[in-house]
Design a protein around this ligand. Structure first.
Ligand code: HAM
Length: 414
């Protein structure tokens, strides 16, 4: 017996309906804001991720699935979608249009310790706006995400905002933070001590309780913003208020990827335990330029599909259409049934034909085990009268229905 690899999950039929519903809802809502789908490869050159996400991040240091292909080129299974979208944007000169609003969905790969809500292959639905610098765009993207989550019925949603500044103010803040960290160096873990040289911000992201406590009085990045970043952040917050979106500012939220500038945000939901971030994102105004494209302010986010599905499981937000099992009794019924089944399916009904033979009782049991809501029986009498017998398996109610009204009879809310 060969099992799946740890952290790599099968999404079984009882879950995929909800998954598809989440994805379709996302694309439907995003489309009303002008987003179009982009499909990006699952594998990219390693350099794309190490340069954009940052050499000192957890993702690049220890979580990437990197391998040499047969030519010896270093490739990586994508740990996220923003860098590939930026690559595609530059490669296909998508900047010839003033604004690109692109969304995507699919698997991402990170070698993290698997637990509830955290996997090594996980799915994201992402959205990226390329070519928009207005703080109103930040607020609009957050609003879109909130509308999407509210529409799904997610409970206990909390939004946290921060600004990570820009190349003008962040270096100065990093200096100050570095000075602060030097003063508490004996209380920091080995990882933070090592990383603080290259990127002191990482210490604010460390989950080690000792580091959390030791950095609790660290200088706030919000207070260190330059005028441009400060005004931008205030504008974003004001627009969010206009949109009636509640939020808290968390100056410690530095995110696990280095490409962010100015606004960052994270959304958490109830009922997930420690891995409760259902979506996160922010601005990355320098990334396109760093990869050789024109100056392009950008922002975006990604939703963790497993986590959203975990929260919605059993919440009845989505139900599959009822399933019917068509049971023909004898060769003539099998022949006559062709047309009836074809008509039902062409109108969108879900029908399984029972190809088994034997006693009707046995076949009805089979229909029940298939979790059918209706059994549609066609026997000699029914053929003569141009009807079928429809049994509602939930209520045990049985009735005779003419051939042209079978669809109406079985098209009920599940
Ligand atoms: P991220 O915060 O690394 O951001 O991931 C976004 C979301 O993906 C998380 O909030 C979480 O819901 C989900 N997620 C991340 N890792 C895992 C995992 N191991 N298992 C299950 N779910 C996970 C990004 O990836 C950025 N690309 C977001 C972005 C887009 N920023 C700008 N544009």
């Amino acid at each position: 017996m060969i099992n799946a690899i740890r952290g790599f999950n099968d999404i079984l039929p009882e879950e995929t309906g909800l998954w598809r519903f989440i994805e379709e809802e996302a694309f439907r809502v995003f489309s009303t804001y002008g987003f179009s789908e982009i499909r990006i490869p699952v594998v990219e050159k390693t350099e794309l991720f190490s340069r954009s996400i940052g050499e000192t991040t957890d993702i690049v240091e220890k979580e990437m699935y990197t391998f040499a292909d047969r030519r010896g080129d270093s490739l990586t299974l994508r740990p996220e979608g923003t860098a590939p979208v930026v690559r595609a944007y530059i490669e296909h000169k998508l900047y010839s249009t003033p604004v690109q609003k692109l969304c995507y969905s699919g698997p991402m790969f990170r070698y993290e310790r698997p637990q509830k809500g955290r996997y090594r292959q996980f799915y994201q639905i992402g959205a990226e706006v390329l070519g928009e610098g207005s703080p109103r765009a930040d607020a609009e993207v957050v609003e879109m995400l909130m509308r999407f989550f509210e529409g799904l019925g997610l409970k206990g949603i909390e939004l946290q905002m921060n600004s990570l500044g820009c190349s003008t103010c962040r270096p100065e803040y990093k200096e100050r933070l570095y000075g602060f960290l030097k003063g508490i160096i004996n209380d920091l873990c080995a990882n933070c001590t090592r990383r603080m040289e290259a990127n002191p911000l990482r210490a604010l992201d460390c989950k080690n309780p000792g580091c959390v406590e030791a950095t609790s009085r660290a200088p706030s990045i919000i207070e260190a913003l330059c005028t441009e970043c400060k005004v931008h952040f205030e504008d974003v917050m004001a627009h969010l208020a206009t949109l009636a979106i509640k939020t808290t500012v968390n100056p410690r939220m530095v995110r696990g990827l280095d490409y962010y500038t100015k606004t960052t945000f994270e959304i958490t939901a109830e009922g997930l335990g420690s891995q409760n971030a259902v979506a996160a994102g922010g601005r990355y105004d320098s990334l396109v330029e760093e990869f050789g494209g024109p100056e392009t302010p950008c922002l975006g986010f990604a939703v963790g599909v497993e986590r959203v599905a975990l929260v919605l499981k059993g919440a009845e937000v989505f139900r599959e259409k009822p399933l019917s099992v068509f049971i023909p009794l004898g060769a003539e019924a099998e022949k006559r049934g062709v047309e009836i089944i074809r008509d039902l399916r062409s109108r969108g009904a879900r029908v399984i034909e029972d190809f088994s033979t034997g006693a009707l009782k046995k076949r009805m049991k089979r229909a029940d085990r298939l979790k059918a809501r209706f059994a549609i029986i066609l026997g000699e009498d029914e053929i003569r009268d141009k009807v079928v017998t429809v049994k509602d398996m939930a209520t045990a109610h049985q009735e005779t229905v003419s051939w042209d009204s079978v669809y109406d009879r079985i098209s009920i809310e599940a």
